[in-house]
Design a protein around this ligand. Structure first.
Ligand code: SF4
Ligand code: SF4
Ligand code: FES
Length: 381
């Protein structure tokens, strides 16, 4: 009897996302299946966060089109669905980047997310590792149709470690779930509703629970920032290294963001989706002591450079070897193309001693070697 039940139980569901098929366990969401495939077919996710129960379903950035419901019921789903909350069916077919409806809808979602968002990137600590920046770059439009004043908020003090910039918050609720599920008492939440909704403590309270620093790591934007790091550096100037220490409160496995010998910031280690990594099935949340108080290299055992698994400006600092693709243009056109020449070798404009301001108009080759040079070539006149 048990054998019969075993035979009847579906083993795997086949799902096809953007023409790529994969077999997954029943109960897997479309987003998780897409992540298993990886690359561009993976929808962006601003509110879903695997380690946090109940997360997802808020931001709508992960919308996809289900063009075939399942093998048994092949009708398409009439509306776009949130891939983080929709589980796969056997034979399901999903369109993400191959669907114009999805790309249009996502552009609309980005426009809404940015309606009240400030132009803070140049001074925002999240810049360079901001999921909203990536999302805007990939799916946003250059302008906005919004004509009203953006929302502003009174600064709200969240205590010694965490600075809230409410104007940047996209109300994804991740920090609320984190405080609920990781700390022993949640002291903040989303206050009010509609366009008055905001992250706040009800009466001015500090967020000082031992594990509350993790809200900084889960925040997809620069709304919750680390007071011990803010404005100290741009993340792309820092070198992340993996390090650990024996900690009796947390796993002690972190990323140190260093500049020279200085440890500017300590964070939990994140995976390619920007989520905190797990160790032996447990999420690697880190405690406030590791995060905010251990800022000396001597506090840590350094393991080596952090692999940055996302497309990121941070990864640029870590090229081990840059391989140039094979150049075929000279073979095709029979000479070096001018645009690929080393301008420093062929142009006197770049020689020291040249006073470009003395050249009236553009410094073209026609005028350059004849006169107006401050480097002695005037004699050629
Ligand atoms: S949260 Fe992201 S998009 Fe917003 S200002 Fe900061 S870096 Fe820019
Ligand atoms: S503060 Fe950050 S984590 Fe919290 S709801 Fe806003 S965007 Fe999400
Ligand atoms: S990630 Fe799915 S709705 Fe936000």
């Amino acid at each position: 009897m048990a054998d019969e039940i075993k035979k009847e139980a579906p083993q795997k569901f086949k799902v096809t996302i953007d023409n790529i098929s994969i077999e997954v366990d029943p109960g897997t969401t479309i987003l998780q299946a897409a992540r298993m495939i990886g690359g561009d077919v993976t929808p962006p996710a601003m509110c879903y966060y695997t380690p946090l129960q109940g997360s997802g379903g808020k931001c709508r950035t992960c919308l996809v089109e289900v063009s075939k419901g399942s093998e048994k019921d092949p009708r398409p789903m009439p509306k776009l669905v949130a891939s983080c909350r929709t589980t796969v069916m056997d034979g399901m077919e999903v369109k993400n980047i191959t669907s114009d409806r999805v790309l249009n809808a996502r552009a609309g979602v980005v426009e809404f997310l940015l309606l009240n968002h400030p132009l803070d990137c140049p001074i925002c600590d999240q810049a360079g590792e901001c999921h909203l920046q990536d999302l805007s770059y990939e799916h946003g439009k250059a302008g906005t149709r919004y004509e009203f004043k953006k929302r502003t908020f009174k600064p709200h003090n969240l205590g010694p470690y965490i600075q809230l910039h409410m104007t940047r918050c996209i109300l994804c609720y991740r920090c609320v779930f984190t405080a609920d599920q990781v700390t022993n008492k949640r002291q903040h939440g989303v206050l009010d509703r509609g366009d008055h909704a905001q992250i706040a403590t009800y009466i001015e309270k500090s967020l000082d629970n031992d594990f509350i620093g993790n809200v900084i790591d889960v925040c997809p934007v620069g709304a919750l920032t680390d007071k011990t790091f803010r404005f100290k550096n741009r993340v792309w100037f820092t070198k992340p290294v993996d390090a650990h220490r024996n900690c009796d409160k947390c796993c002690g496995k972190v990323t140190l963001w260093r500049r020279g010998d200085e440890v500017l910031r300590v964070t939990a280690r994140k995976d390619q989706w920007g989520e905190i990594q797990s160790y032996d099935g447990k999420t690697g949340w880190i405690c406030n002591e590791c995060r905010f108080e251990k800022k000396n290299v001597s506090d840590w055992v350094i393991e080596g450079p952090t692999a940055v698994p996302r497309h990121s400006v941070i990864g640029v600092n870590h090229y081990q070897r840059l391989e140039q693709p094979k150049e075929t243009i000279p073979a095709v056109i029979g000479r070096q193309p001018k645009l690929l020449m080393d301008i420093h070798e062929v142009s006197d404009v770049n020689q020291p001693g040249v006073d470009l301001s003395k050249i009236p108009g553009p410094a073209t080759g026609a005028v350059f070697n004849q006169k107006h040079l401050g480097n002695g070539k005037k004699e050629q006149e």
